[in-house]
Design a protein around this ligand. Structure first.
Ligand code: MG
Ligand code: MG
Length: 257
């Protein structure tokens, strides 16, 4: 994703955040359905169909379908795939870690979130990877307060990951502003120095999305021009929420209810 320089941050009114809450809830409910659907033997195309039914059935439109030509409603990234995997014939197997990324549009406003799900029984290290990634997301969310800075979010995310083990923090892909487009200014890195970067203000809405690996943070894009994998084939987890900065602190917009 390319950010143009000197772009302004889109500040949302409370009424606009309410519209984003509606889009976010569709994403939250879709991911909840997908989490329950992940079992060994299901294909990623079947998961995509569930998301399709859920999003259109809610009167929403998928954000991803057709985005720069992306051919599906969700991204499904298994094991060493980090993000942007394309649903298809791949079969989810016992012990797999699948990251599912989903976006939906309601009345022109976007929601964007991702979860990591483990199919059946897996090694405890895989559970820990996903837990650390999710906890780093929640630490970042807690730092998304007016008066704090972008670096406070990155530092909070990074601190949880660094203190949990020798994990890799992917730097080539980061979170982003979100609103009338899915990917908007500003970038939201998963690393940084507390107190650095732009000041956070009420009305900003950010997608915070740590991507954590069990090895190197180095990634590459496969020949399908979408799927991002770790270069050392270490497994990766991805968790994301769309978060509004309100007078009362951070509010997660992409919960099921
Ligand atoms: Mg996403
Ligand atoms: Mg995102």
């Amino acid at each position: 994703m390319v950010f143009r320089k000197k772009e302004k941050v889109q500040i949302k009114s409370p009424e606009q955040i309410e519209l984003m809450r509606i889009a976010g809830r569709v994403v939250g409910r879709t991911l909840q359905a997908l989490e329950q659907a992940v079992v060994p033997g299901i294909t990623t195309a079947q998961l995509d169909q569930i998301a399709r039914d859920c999003i259109y059935g809610s009167g929403a439109t998928p954000s991803f379908l057709g985005y720069y030509g992306f051919p599906a409603v969700i991204c499904t990234s298994i094991n060493h795939e980090v993000v942007h995997g394309i649903p298809g014939n791949a079969i989810v197997e016992e012990g797999d870690l699948i990251s599912i990324d989903c976006g939906a549009i309601v009345d022109g406003w976007h929601g964007d979130a991702a979860i990591s799900v483990i199919a059946g029984n897996a090694d405890s290290s895989i559970h820990t990877l996903s837990t650390v990634t999710r906890e780093s997301l929640y630490a970042g969310i807690a730092a998304a307060r007016a008066g704090n800075t972008m670096g406070d979010i990155g530092a909070a995310v990074e601190s949880v990951i660094r203190s949990s083990g020798p994990y890799g923090i992917v730097e080539d892909y980061v979170g982003h502003g979100i609103g009338t487009e899915m990917h908007m200014y500003p970038p939201v890195p998963n690393y940084g120095a507390a107190g650095s970067g732009m000041e956070l203000k009420v009305g900003m809405v950010l997608a915070i999305e740590p991507m954590v690996t069990m090895g190197s943070a180095e990634v590459q894009v496969l020949e399908d021009e979408w799927t991002v994998v770790t270069t050392d084939s270490s497994w990766a987890s991805h968790w994301e929420h769309t978060v509004a900065i309100t007078e009362n602190g951070p509010e997660i917009l992409t919960l099921p209810q």
